[in-house]
Design a protein around this ligand. Structure first.
Ligand SMILES: Cc1cc2nc3c(=O)[nH]c(=O)nc-3n(C[C@H](O)[C@H](O)[C@H](O)COP(=O)(O)O)c2cc1C
Length: 355
């Protein structure tokens, strides 16, 4: 059976051999040098070797001040870190896959002591409602970002983008999803600012516009710029970050005016009706943008991958890629495959070798 899934996917001058990729997955394995463990880097290479058309890194922290949210996260801010990632991009590309580096600032999802400068900053002094599972304690109330903080954060994105380019990645993705800093600006649930960065959707979007304006000049034409968006956050998972489909679509339209190459939509379940509209998240996104769309969330077998691709251009998997090294071949052979549960992914954070 011929399938779009196994047809090449081209964005600008970059082509992936198929439309199946490894979603970004944080592994918390780095030591003091902010370089992931060798087996964690090897995982990315073997998934490319085993047929993935695109391979994302874990979320890479953009500075040494306030961006980190979890222990053992990676950076790409010095030559040693760049060299470690160059080795990974070379291997991924040698297998005909695209390598994408996701970069992030965690904002209010940080906790005391996790960052070298011990700062927790966010658009507004509003902490998540739930406890931090890493500490078993309340999240600290973040310091609202000053202009100085905003410029410092912008600089972190720029310096990290330089590292991404030096390491030879095919693309850079701004993590604007899951309730981390850029997502915190977008959502009125975490952004209560009364200056030009808060209030209307246009204002809440402004900081991301600034980030794109800042990083774009250091990204050459042949390096893609992507964004990841979601309506859910890691903390307070039941909160809808956007009030309705119209607000979501306004945001997508704002992104679509930018010099970006694709939008990655992250969901719990790609097929779930979004905002009770009876249509899924990819559909309501596609209504208002011509940009290529990547979709993720419970895509675990051939049937779900085919179904998801009807409304998007590329599918990403987290847990299936993590736990099944042969997932792409299994999809191709249309084997019966499990839908992994979240707690099964816990192995990602241990030293137990992945299959
Ligand atoms: C271990 C693990 C780490 C993750 N880390 C990230 C991350 O760094 N950045 C991100 O955007 N999403 C992250 N996610 C979310 C996945 O990219 C994906 O959106 C999610 O697992 C849902 O897809 P799935 O149903 O195919 O697993 C992570 C997921 C897992 C399981």
């Amino acid at each position: 059976m011929t399938s779009q899934l196994f047809s090449p996917f081209t964005i600008k001058n970059k082509t992936a051999k198929n439309r199946i990729g490894v979603a970004p997955m944080t592994r918390m394995s780095a030591a003091g040098d902010s370089i992931p463990r060798e087996d964690v880097l090897a995982f990315l290479k073997t998934r490319a070797e085993n047929g993935a058309g695109m391979v994302y890194t874990e979320a890479i922290v953009t500075d040494y001040e306030s961006a980190q949210g979890y222990p053992g996260q990676a950076r790409i801010l010095n030559q040693v870190q760049v060299d470690a990632w160059k080795n990974v991009t070379d291997a991924i590309q040698s297998h005909g896959a695209m390598s994408i580096c996701q970069v992030f600032h965690c904002g209010r999802m940080a906790y005391e002591g996790i960052n070298p400068a011990n700062r927790v900053i966010a658009p507004s002094p509003v902490a998540p409602m739930q406890e931090n599972p890493m500490t078993g304690m309340a999240y600290p109330v973040p310091e609202p970002m000053s202009r100085f903080d905003m410029d410092h954060v912008l600089n972190g994105f720029v310096e990290t983008a330089k590292g991404v380019v030096a390491a030879g990645f095919d693309g850079l993705e701004l993590h604007c999803a899951h309730g981390y800093l850029l997502s915190q600006f977008l959502s009125s649930y975490s952004n209560r600012r009364t200056d030009t960065y808060g209030g209307s959707m246009e204002n809440r979007y402004r900081f991301i516009h600034d980030v794109i304006q800042a990083v774009k000049p250091v990204i050459p034409e042949d390096c893609l710029l992507l964004v990841r968006i979601s309506n859910w956050g890691i903390a307070d998972m039941d909160v809808s970050l956007f009030s309705d489909a119209s607000e979501w679509q306004t945001m997508v339209q704002l992104f679509s005016r930018e010099p970006i190459d694709a939008i990655s939509v992250s969901t719990y379940d790609f097929s779930a009706p979004a905002f009770d509209m009876g249509r899924n998240m990819a559909q309501i996104t596609r209504d208002v943008t011509d940009l290529p769309l990547l979709i993720c969330g419970k895509i675990h077998d051939r049937k779900t991958a085919e179904e998801a691709l009807k409304d998007a251009d590329f599918v990403l998997s987290g847990k299936s890629m993590l736990l099944n090294p042969d997932w792409v071949a299994d999809i191709e052979a249309d084997r019966e495959l499990p839908l992994y549960k979240s707690d099964e992914a816990g192995v990602a954070y241990t030293t137990t070798p992945l299959p």
